[in-house]
Ligand binder design. Structure first.
Ligand code: AP5
Length: 214
């Protein structure tokens, strides 16, 4: 199975993806996570990506397409994959389609987590991320068992640089300007399934599974 999770920043893509991939043994491909790792490692890609990410802009298409292709080469093209935060532009969507096609594969579903801007802003403002393993929590909605400490690995929790209010506003604008077009793109392909991202996490999860026929 090849699935894309689409939706604005704060829709809960990562939260739902981590749970689904863990329960179903699917490979989680988050371009945001891969880019943050590259920034942390100080690699060439990380150095290119950092300023775009901090301001809430999209990293250039060719950079993320290359990262995804490399990752698929390592994972194996026949594996079940969930793409979280990729594609983000029509050019990325076309590149993904071509890559999969050339390896005899194709997307099965695109899940669109429809989420209101007010909910997205509240979630990003309260998100806590582990510096060590990248796990996400929320100060009110999904608090860690011990304040400031990751439940998964005991790492320190912090606010992501791009969750500052000025970056969040820019990310939402960038989403509307550059990513929202993908909704129509996938509607035309007959792949898009809509799920409300505004609901509680467990309710969203149930609906995502239904949409995937699981
Ligand atoms: P990325 O990491 O992909 O960020 P994003 O798409 O902005 O998404 P987020 O991670 O902010 O939100 P999410 O939907 O995963 O929500 P989450 O589950 O964490 O990208 C970061 C940057 O990298 C981009 O801005 C760009 O610069 C670059 N980039 C990445 N991919 C790119 C690409 N393809 N092309 C170009 N550039 C790219 O949840 C948010 C919070 O809400 C958490 O605290 C969570 O605990 C809580 N929560 C989740 N669900 C619920 C719920 N149902 N109810 C209550 N609380 C909830």
């Amino acid at each position: 199975m090849k699935v894309v999770f689409l939706g604005p920043p704060g829709a809960g893509k990562g939260t739902q993806a981590v749970r689904l991939c863990r329960e179903e043994g699917i490979t989680h491909m988050s371009t945001g996570e891969m880019l943050r790792e590259a920034v942390k490692a100080g690699s060439e890609v990380g150095l290119k990506a950092k300023s775009y990410m901090d301001s809430g802009a999209l990293v250039p298409d060719e950079v993320v397409i290359e990262i995804i292709e490399e990752k698929l080469n390592q994972t194996g093209w026949e594996e079940s994959c969930l793409f979280d935060g990729f594609p983000r532009t029509v050019a990325q969507a076309r590149a993904l389609e071509e890559m999969l096609k050339s390896h005899g594969s194709a997307l099965d579903h695109v899940i669109y987590l429809e989420t209101s801007p007010e909910v997205a802003v509240e979630r990003l403002g309260g998100r806590l991320t582990c510096r060590n393993c990248g796990a996400n929590f929320h100060i009110r909605n999904m608090p860690p068992r011990r304040a400031g400490v990751c439940d998964e690995c005991g790492g320190e929790l912090c606010q992501r640089d791009d969750d500052r209010p000025e970056s969040v506003q820019n990310r939402l604008k960038v989403y509307e300007a550059q990513t929202a077009d993908l909704i129509n793109y996938y509607v035309k392909k007959g792949l898009l399934r809509r799920v409300s991202g505004d609901l509680q996490a467990d309710q969203v999860y149930t609906k995502v599974r239904e949409a995937l026929g699981l």
